[in-house]
Design a protein around this ligand. Structure first.
Ligand SMILES: [Zn+2]
Length: 133
């Protein structure tokens, strides 16, 4: 997923990594895939000395990844992981396994079961019933 990479410098920032030239305008941002953004952020950028042997401000690497974008990507990944687990269809509760989900469903949503008889049976049964197809 894409993130914005901001340049906090008042000078354009340029860096070439693996034959790709990244240019981030002064005080602006570019959009990159998060992996590419991390590579760009972490890659060392050489200090360039000016005439007075002081580093020139143009070479300062003042890049950062937008925090909101990172947060959004984290949430997205979490939700994706949840999709493969046991989520209560009625309230969104995430259970550790199908037995816990079954128990939750019986405790919290007994009155919502389509077939009251079956609900009662499941409550009484020691082992969870197989899901009806
Ligand atoms: Zn629920």
């Amino acid at each position: 997923m894409k993130v914005r990479v901001w340049n906090d410098n008042i000078h354009l920032f340029k860096q070439e990594i693996a034959d790709k030239l990244y240019e981030v305008p002064a005080k602006q941002c570019i959009e990159l895939e998060e992996d590419d953004a991390n590579v760009l952020i972490k890659r060392y950028s050489p200090i360039i000395l000016g005439g007075d042997d002081q580093p020139i401000p143009e070479c300062y690497k003042m890049l950062r990844i937008d925090k909101d974008d990172l947060h959004r990507n984290r949430m997205h990944k979490q939700n994706k992981n949840k999709a493969g687990t046991y989520v209560c269809q009625a309230c969104g509760y995430v259970a550790a396994n199908k037995w816990e989900l079954n128990g939750h469903s019986q405790d919290m949503h007994k009155d919502q079961w389509e077939d009251p008889e079956e609900a009662q049976e499941s409550v009484n049964a020691e082992q969870p019933r197989k899901k009806r197809k």
